[in-house]
Design a protein around this ligand. Structure first.
Ligand SMILES: [Zn+2]
Length: 179
């Protein structure tokens, strides 16, 4: 901030209408520039003093101290606002990160599920076994039992078979015995 800019803001400062974005530079300039500080003190004493007289207020004993207090007050207020802005930003940023992480995890889960489903579908039988497993095993048991029941009598009755053969071919036995 140049001296011209600083001095053009003196009236706004005294009337407490200094914009927040100008305050830090203005306060800094008034701390380090002797000329502008003198100018500010003169205007401050004149205008604030006149205001106090106009309103029948008790005249300040130390305008320089009042001015310093006012500069400190403004500086502190801007810093507070900045800190609040930063913490708000931090909070929003933090929430955004957590949210994105959550969404990312959800996406990973979805991709994993889709991959698993694709694998299961590729395996065909296994996929259906998951859904119809119990019915399928019952079916298989029944078929095995049916087959066993159907096969058992044929194997056990060897002599019955032999008799059956003899009954259907009675001549062959007779001719064999003759010779
Ligand atoms: Zn200056």
């Amino acid at each position: 901030m140049t001296c011209l800019e600083a001095q053009s803001n003196i009236m706004a400062f005294i009337e407490k209408k200094l914009p927040d974005d100008v305050i830090p530079d203005f306060v800094k300039h008034m701390r380090y520039c002797k000329n502008c500080r003198e100018e500010l003190e003169i205007y401050y004493t004149l205008i604030v003093g006149m205001h106090q007289v106009d309103n029948n207020q008790e005249l300040s004993q130390n305008f320089a101290k009042d001015l310093e207090n006012e500069l400190n007050r403004l500086e502190h207020r801007v810093k507070q606002a900045k800190r609040f802005k930063f913490s708000t930003f931090g909070l929003v940023f933090g929430v955004a990160v957590v949210f994105l992480f959550f969404v990312y995890n959800q996406c990973l889960d979805k991709v994993y599920n889709i991959e698993q489903r694709m694998k299961l579908e590729a395996q065909g039988d296994t996929y259906f076994y998951d859904t119809f497993g119990s019915e399928m095993s019952v079916c298989l048991n029944d078929i095995v039992q049916e087959v066993q029941i159907a096969q058992k009598p044929k194997e056990s009755t060897f002599y019955e078979k032999l008799r059956e053969y003899q009954l259907t071919h009675p001549e062959s036995e007779e001719t064999e015995s003759d010779e």
